[in-house]
Design a protein around this ligand. Structure first.
Ligand SMILES: NC(=O)c1ccc[n+]([C@@H]2O[C@H](COP(=O)([O-])OP(=O)(O)OC[C@H]3O[C@@H](n4cnc5c(N)ncnc54)[C@H](O)[C@@H]3O)[C@@H](O)[C@H]2O)c1
Length: 353
């Protein structure tokens, strides 16, 4: 039997002890508002190995037993995407709050059912869009929402490395949820993706795309580009967000200058009455201002994920990355998959609903 719950802490069970689950366990255990009671995996030996011999956290392969424990008020699910719908639905039906790994489910219709079930039941449904909880991403969001960079003109994200060719998903579903959840998180309210065109390739003949390029159109006329690739010998993690006033460059492989704020760009005549031709004729002036490196705390994103989950439950408010955020990301992913099948044709986001 697991240890008994402490005072006010929210009893939590982590489901899945594979690659990612142990990170959830470690960060939940470091969160005073949470109390890990169970680690559940079909493979009990693996779960036991994650906890170590002396842990008082319970180990089980029975999800039903976890859901039957009245001291478990919440579950954190880190199993493969294809299992999310069934596991999340069962938890919500048992009255438990849920933190689920990305992507929320493998298809939009299932995700809608989960979001509606959570809302009807008054339960927290949060997606682990981990990157949104990095201090750098929080800072980017504040700067964009606060108007510091002006109107968003472009978003360009590169996430490439030598990656594991996954058994159940292509590179799009493995890596692009990160970029798309970041895009969703930082865009100003009311700005959203309206269409996507995706190209992919499978040079190893694995049956799944190992590299992909996505072009996304936003409803403010801006363009976004996402490049994901499992075959790159070097790791590149760079996101550039161009605004009418400043441009942000986030290089996650460069801790000394993770975020650069460039006050440099191109100023054209702002006279709206000028024709295109007249604007072209007008002298372009390059603005050469400062490059600022904001100071950022080095805290682990998953720690903030756990704190947000606990606080959303305690205060009955939607989490920053709630089920609806998961739905928006899923909509884009589905449209991108459809575009891949159609050899890059432009697909409206939300068209498949
Ligand atoms: N947020 C992130 O940055 C991040 C990073 C990696 C993975 N993930 C996500 O985490 C999830 C898991 O990925 P992973 O790489 O850890 O997978 P994994 O295959 O390494 O581990 C999955 C584990 O779930 C267990 N499992 C499967 N079905 C189960 C069930 N019904 N009940 C209990 N246990 C079950 C398996 O035995 C396995 O140990 C995926 O959704 C993935 O997209 C998120």
């Amino acid at each position: 039997m697991p240890n008994s719950g402490s005072g006010q802490a929210i009893g939590l069970a982590v489901i899945g002890a594979g690659y990612w689950g142990p990170n959830l366990v470690r960060n939940a255990q470091a969160t005073p508002a949470l109390r890990v009671r169970w680690l559940c995996d079909l493979d009990e030996v693996r779960a036991r190995a994650v906890l170590g011999e002396y842990s008082t956290v319970g180990v089980t392969s029975s999800y039903a037993d976890v859901l039957a424990d009245p001291l478990v008020r919440a579950v954190a699910i880190a199993t493969p995407a294809s299992t999310h719908f069934e596991l999340v639905a069962a938890a919500l039906e048992a009255g438990k709050h849920v933190l689920v790994e990305k992507p929320i489910t493998s298809n939009h219709a299932d995700a809608v059912k989960l979001v509606e079930l959570a809302e009807r039941s008054g339960l927290t449904l949060m997606c682990d869009h981990t990157f949104c909880y990095m201090p750098v991403v929080r800072r980017i969001r504040e700067m964009i929402h606060g108007g510091e960079i002006g109107d968003v003109r472009f978003f360009d994200s590169v996430r490439i490395n030598l990656g594991l060719v996954q058994p159940d998903v292509d590179v799009l579903w493995d890596l692009a949820p990160h970029d798309l959840s970041i895009l969703d998180f930082v865009l100003p309210p009311g700005t959203r993706v309206v269409s996507v065109s995706a190209h992919g390739a499978d040079p190893l003949g694995t049956g799944r795309a190992c590299l992909a390029y996505l072009v996304l159109r936003l409803n403010n006329g801006a363009l976004a580009h996402v490049h994901v690739n499992w075959l790159s010998p070097t790791k590149v993690r760079t996101t550039m967000i161009g605004g009418s006033r400043r441009t942000l460059v986030w290089d996650d492989t460069n801790p000394a200058a993770r975020l650069q704020v460039h006050d440099r760009g191109i100023d054209l005549g702002e006279d709206a009455a000028l024709s295109h031709e007249a604007r072209r004729q007008k002298l372009i002036s390059y603005r050469v201002g400062d490059v600022v490196l904001p100071a950022l705390p080095e805290t682990e994103a998953l720690r903030a994920v756990m704190a947000e989950f606990a606080d959303a439950i305690a205060t009955s408010r939607p989490a920053l990355t709630d089920g609806r955020a998961g739905l928006r990301v899923l909509e884009i992913l589905e449209a991108a998959s459809r575009s891949l099948e159609l050899d890059g044709a432009t697909v409206a986001v939300g068209e498949n609903r």
